[in-house]
Design a protein around this ligand. Structure first.
Ligand SMILES: Nc1nc2c(ncn2[C@@H]2O[C@H](COP(=O)(O)OP(=O)(O)OP(=O)(O)O)[C@@H](O)[C@H]2O)c(=O)[nH]1
Ligand SMILES: [Mg+2]
Ligand SMILES: [Zn+2]
Length: 318
C-alpha cells in the first residue's frame, strides 16, 4: 500500500521511483501497486527516488520508460542549481521532485546552533521549502528560551520543535504539510525521522531503533523510501541518517548573513573581514545597532569553518 502520487497526477502511465536498491528500482503506481524494475533494463539514464517516469505497456510488461522533467534535485552538496543536471561526482543526489524539506536536528546533548547553521547553509539553495525540525524537545527543558534566541538571530528560518510525547507539537507539524505534495525527512541517524513517519500514518511501519549512549543513531533506515500517507494525502520520503554533510567550495552564506553581506559592500577594503579594519561598514552597522553583534560572531565562526573544510576537502561531522 504505497503510492507516491500527487493528487493532481491523473495522467495514466506515469509512475514514480519510490525506492532504489543495488540492482533495481521500485516503481510506485497510482493504483498503489509497486513493481521492481531492473536497472540494467533502463539503459544509461540514472534515476533517483522521487523521479516521475512515463512508460508504455507491451506484452504485459513495462517498456519505453522515459524520465519526466525534474522540478528540483536535493543533494548533499550545495553549488547546484535546479536547472542544471550535469552533476559533478561530489554531488550525492538524495531525491528529486521534493516540495518540502524537513531537516531533523534532535534537541539532545549533542545539539548546537552551528548544526542548524550548517544544514541551512548546505540545503537552502536547492529550490525547496525548508523547515528545521527540532526533534525530541522533551529532552531539553529550556528549549523555549533557546528557541526564541535562535528565532531572534535568524527570523527568516522556519523552525518547528516537536516531540512524540507532545501531540500538539505533532499536530502543528502536520499542519505544515501541504496535501498532494512530497516532503523529505533528512538529518543525522537517530534524529527521529522514521519515528515521526510512523506517528503520522498507519499505512506503513518503518523500523526504528534506540540511540547509543552518546546519542548517536544506529543507521536503522538503510535506503530512501517514499511513503504515501492517505490520512494527510501526503508523500513522505524517509531517508537514511547522514554521517556528515559534504561541502563544495561555494556555499552561499546569504541565507543566514544577508545583512552582513549587504553592508560589506560599503567597507573600505573589498576583502574586509570585519575584524579590525578601518572604515568597516559592518562594524559601523553594529555600533549603530543595525546588525546584532551575535550575527557577526556567527558569521566569523561559519566562514572560518567553511574555509577550513574547503582546504581539507573534509565534510561536516554531525
Ligand atoms: N525522547 C524522544 N525520543 C524520540 C523521539 N522521537 C524519536 N525518538 C527515539 O529516537 C530513537 C531513534 O529514532 P528513529 O526514528 O529510528 O531515528 P531515525 O532518524 O529514523 O534514524 P535513522 O533511520 O538511523 O536515520 C528511537 O529510539 C525513538 O524512539 C522524541 O520525540 N523524544
Ligand atoms: Mg530511520
Ligand atoms: Zn568590513
Amino acid at each position: 500500500m504505497i503510492s507516491a502520487f500527487s493528487i493532481d497526477d491523473k495522467e495514466s502511465n506515469i509512475a514514480r521511483i519510490i525506492s532504489e536498491h543495488r540492482s533495481e528500482y521500485i516503481l510506485g503506481f497510482q493504483s498503489n501497486d509497486t513493481q521492481k524494475i531492473n536497472k540494467l533494463s533502463l539503459k544509461k539514464q540514472l534515476y533517483y527516488v522521487g523521479d516521475f517516469i512515463k512508460y508504455s505497456v507491451t506484452n504485459n510488461s513495462i517498456s519505453n520508460i522515459e524520465l519526466l522533467p525534474r522540478k528540483n534535485v536535493i543533494c548533499k552538496s550545495s553549488n547546484i542549481t535546479a536547472k542544471s543536471y550535469n552533476f559533478s561526482e561530489s554531488n550525492q543526489i538524495l531525491a528529486t521532485n521534493v516540495d518540502q524539506l524537513f531537516i531533523f536536528i534532535p534537541l539532545d546533548k549533542n545539539f548546537s546552533l552551528s548544526k542548524i547553521e550548517r544544514y541551512i547553509l548546505v540545503f537552502s539553495q536547492q529550490n525547496v521549502d525548508l523547515t528545521i525540525v527540532l526533534s525530541k524537545k522533551d529532552l531539553f527543558s529550556n528549549y523555549k528560551e533557546y528557541l526564541s534566541k535562535v528565532k531572534q538571530l535568524y527570523p527568516k528560518i522556519n523552525i518547528c520543535p516537536i516531540s512524540l510525547y507532545d501531540e500538539l507539537s505533532i499536530k502543528k507539524f502536520r499542519e505544515l504539510l501541504i496535501p498532494g505534495k512530497t516532503g523529505m525527512f533528512i538529518g543525522a541517524s537517530g534524529a527521529g525521522k522514521s519515528s515521526l513517519l510512523n506517528h503520522l500514518q498507519t499505512n506503513y511501519t518503518a523500523r526504528v531503533n534506540n540511540v547509543r549512549n552518546d546519542y548517536k543513531g544506529k543507521h536503522t533506515t538503510t535506503s530512501s523510501l517514499i511513503i504515501f500517507c492517505p490520512e494527510i494525502e501526503y508523500n513522505i520520503i524517509d531517508t537514511p541518517g547522514f554521517k556528515g554533510i559534504d561541502t563544495t567550495l561555494s556555499v552561499d552564506t546569504k541565507i543566514l548573513f544577508e545583512e552582513i553581506e549587504e553592508y560589506a559592500k560599503y567597507c573600505k577594503f573589498n576583502d574586509c573581514l570585519h575584524l579590525t579594519e578601518p572604515k568597516c561598514a559592518v562594524k559601523e552597522a553594529i555600533n549603530n545597532g543595525i546588525i546584532k553583534p551575535e550575527i557577526l560572531e556567527r558569521y566569523h565562526y561559519n566562514i572560518k569553518k567553511l574555509e577550513l573544510l574547503s582546504k581539507r576537502r573534509a565534510s561536516w561531522r554531525l
